[in-house]
Design a protein around this ligand. Structure first.
Ligand SMILES: [Mn+2]
Length: 276
């Protein structure tokens, strides 16, 4: 546990896990404000003592390779979306300014607007690409009438200049939204979209390799954004906006593959990404 920015620096923290317990900008079913607490509670020790961290998927013990900590949760201002988003931006900014990589547990997806803005504040507007795993584009203008919502954050990041449209790559879109007008806007921004239909046709890893290359086309840093509804609701029903049709059943799990990219070839099968 690290409590202050000084703690992050003193412990030379590489990765700071943190929470944003906010769901006041979600439509559909609420409850994602419980997300950080519930995810943490899954890490119980049981009756077996300290758990080993060596992963058979990656052949890496992440805790041996990286200094990691829990940095707690972002401040939330009840009933105050602009105030909360400013707090989130400052909170995430504190982590990146310390030199650590933030892993942020939401919270509804609207928090990506202030969180990714904080990363761009640090590394520079135009220097950060995003691979966004989601059933939905989240590129609406407003929802309904409110600029901050779980349906709009990706448009705001592009409109503000924090992330260039051509470095904004979406993976897993399906269902019945957005409409043609919004899809046309996305094309105008040169956003790159890999629909679930393409994943089914080409296979997940081929699409993923392409998505990472596109996000880093003239950008130096990568932000990964994962909406759990990219997974089929048959396997991950705990979402406000379930969207059937993710035939890649473990899409959410596989979405972590870019994190393992740096380990490619290390005792891996054939030097490729590990089979899942
Ligand atoms: Mn979604």
């Amino acid at each position: 546990m690290a409590l202050t920015p000084e703690d992050l620096k003193a412990a030379e923290i590489d990765v700071a896990v943190c929470g944003v317990p906010w769901d006041s900008t979600a439509g559909g079913r609420s409850g994602t404000n419980h997300g950080p607490m519930v995810i943490r509670s899954c890490d119980y020790k049981g009756g077996y003592g300290p758990r080993p961290h060596f992963s058979l998927d990656t052949h890496v013990d992440a805790f041996a390779e990286l200094n990691m900590c829990d940095y707690g949760d972002s401040p939330i201002m009840l009933g105050n979306t602009p105030g909360t988003f400013e707090e989130i931006r400052k909170f995430v900014g504190t982590i990146v300014d310390s030199g650590a990589i933030p892993i942020i547990m939401g919270g509804d997806h609207a928090i990506t607007w202030p969180a990714a803005t904080a990363v761009a504040d640090h590394y520079g507007y135009g220097k950060v690409g995003i691979v966004h795993f989601d059933a939905h584009a989240d590129t609406g203008t407003d929802m309904p009438g409110s600029l901050a919502s779980h349906g709009t954050p990706m448009r705001k990041l592009i409109e503000s200049g924090a992330v260039p449209g051509k470095n904004f790559v979406q993976v897993g879109l399906r269902g019945y939204w957005p409409d043609q007008e919004t899809l046309d806007w996305m094309d105008e921004q040169e956003m790159r979209t890999h629909f679930m239909a393409e994943i089914n046709h080409r296979g997940f890893y081929e699409v993923l390799e392409r998505a990472v290359d596109e996000a880093l086309d003239q950008a130096d840093y990568l932000y990964l954004s994962l909406d759990i509804d990219v997974a089929d609701p048959a396997f991950a029903p705990g979402t406000g906006t379930p969207e059937p049709g993710a035939d890649q059943r473990r899409c959410a799990h596989r979405s972590a593959a870019p994190l393992r990219g740096g380990r490619r070839g290390r005792r891996g099968r054939g030097g490729g990404l590990p089979a899942l």
